[in-house]
Design a protein around this ligand. Structure first.
Ligand SMILES: Cc1cc2nc3c(=O)[nH]c(=O)nc-3n(C[C@H](O)[C@H](O)[C@H](O)COP(=O)(O)O)c2cc1C
Length: 195
């Protein structure tokens, strides 16, 4: 697929059809990811693919404590903190699926990276290892989930000291064809010589 088309067709997907993802497709996506630029050539990423369904359930439910928020009143209490209607809409769509997308996806990938503990980072430069971990192509779609508290997940997966968890990514073939995202108004964001 032509690169511009890949960019235009990329969407976050939280519901998948039942098809398995070929091992070669997983490897190809990760190999492409490993070609992403990184600071100081520090390719510190490690990937944990959670294939075993029992292990996955333990990790997602007990260690990560991801849960689906399905009670409309609880969802409305949560989105009340945002003024932006589009952001509210994203949470209304996504909150009911936070656990389900990880349990039901054909594949679940945990992306780890080396970084000093986040609480000790004082500058954006120190967050550089985080800047290039996101991925997807080949008709595969997924959802980047950034754990708020990854301590339990690190323990359950035996992630060594010095590594953090950047993202948990359920992925597979989408249940329904994703629609192209609405175009952002570039003119409202583009400045020449000064803002
Ligand atoms: C860093 C990052 C963290 C995200 N965290 C979550 C998450 O925890 N749960 C979720 O359902 N979606 C998450 N998303 C997906 C966003 O909600 C999604 O990218 C956004 O709504 C735009 O939709 P699009 O990707 O289809 O263009 C995350 C995306 C990024 C890039």
């Amino acid at each position: 697929m032509e690169f511009g088309e890949v960019v235009r067709s990329r969407r976050t997907t939280r519901e998948f059809d039942g098809r398995a993802v070929p091992e070669a497709a997983v490897r190809r996506a990760l190999e492409a990811g490993l070609r992403a630029p990184c600071n100081a050539h520090l390719k510190s990423w490690q990937f944990v693919l959670l294939r075993d369904r029992d292990q996955r359930r333990r990790v997602v439910v007990a260690a990560l404590k991801a849960r689906d928020v399905t009670d409309p009143a609880e969802i409305e209490r949560f989105v009340a903190r945002f003024a932006d209607e589009e952001l509210k809409a994203v949470y209304r769509r996504s909150l009911p699926l936070q656990q389900a997308m990880m349990l039901a996806a054909p594949e679940l990938l945990v992306v780890c990276y080396k970084l000093k503990p986040l609480a000790e980072c004082r500058t954006l430069f120190e967050l550089n290892p985080l800047a290039s971990v996101w991925m997807c192509d080949q008709g595969l779609f997924g959802c980047t989930y950034t754990p708020y508290d990854a301590a339990g997940l690190k323990e359950a997966l035996r992630v060594p000291a010095g590594y953090e968890i950047a993202a948990v990514i359920p992925f597979g073939f989408p249940k329904a064809p994703p629609t192209e995202a609405e175009r952002e108004d570039l003119d409202a964001r583009f400045h020449v010589d000064a803002w």
